[in-house]
Design a protein around this ligand. Structure first.
Ligand code: SF4
Length: 215
């Protein structure tokens, strides 16, 4: 336990980016959690983990100007992943079709599982009637564990999440055996761009308080 919390989010200099830790603040993890960082670094000695990390580093070359879909394909190629699993929200079915086309047109095999696969409803998780949108009615339920199971069974080498809800993404990542990356997260209010809430937080009527807390 440490008295101070790690707070990279409040670090102004970000000396770690330049490899210069001489002016690291007191809340820097290099000061507060050196053992955790040492242990994490040790994991990069494992051959598979090292390969995964090396290929990320390789994507940095020529990254400028490439969009996330292009970088996902580049990473998949570097890793030798040809069979890609798409875990999508059925609210983004059109996007799922377009993305499938784009991946297939670049030579990948694509399998896709929509969030409603298995046709669950909230009764399957024992949701009380008073917590439903409309009591007494069937409330559809996403099945991220099912999506992960189907994609893994179908031999996906890399699972790509497209617009899963908050929490469904947690379950999907937890249960996917294949490595997971993200093309987009769900945010119907902001065209699936949740950072828009931060970028507009200083505007009049913003509901987010992004002022730095006093203490
Ligand atoms: S690791 Fe240290 S230097 Fe880097 S951002 Fe965090 S606090 Fe700043």
């Amino acid at each position: 336990m440490t008295e101070m919390d790690v707070q990279c989010g409040y670090c102004g200099k970000k000396g770690c980016f330049r490899g210069d830790m001489t002016q690291a603040p007191e809340f820097c993890p290099s000061k507060l959690e050196p053992e955790a960082l040492k242990e994490a670094r040790g994991k990069l000695e494992e051959p598979e983990t090292r390969g995964l990390a090396q290929d990320v580093a390789r994507t940095w070359r020529g990254m400028a100007g490439k969009n996330r879909i292009e970088l996902t394909m580049e990473y998949a190629r570097l890793r030798g992943y040809n069979r890609l699993g798409l875990a999508f929200c059925v609210g983004l079915s059109q996007e799922a079709e377009l993305l499938s086309n784009a991946l297939i047109n670049e030579g990948f095999e694509v399998i896709s599982a929509g969030c409603m696969c298995g046709s669950l409803c909230s009764d399957d998780v024992g949701l009380p009637e008073e917590d439903k949108i409309m009591a007494g009615r069937r409330q559809p339920m996403c099945n991220p564990i099912g999506q992960a199971a189907v994609l893994d069974k179908e031999g996906s080498q890399l699972n790509i999440m497209l617009g899963l809800c908050v929490g469904d993404d947690v379950l999907f990542i937890k249960h996917s055996k294949a490595p997971v990356t993200v093309i987009a997260v769900k945010d119907f209010a902001l065209a699936h761009n949740p950072l828009g809430a931060l970028y507009t937080s200083k505007a009049l009527f913003s509901r987010l308080n992004t002022n730095r807390p006093k203490k």
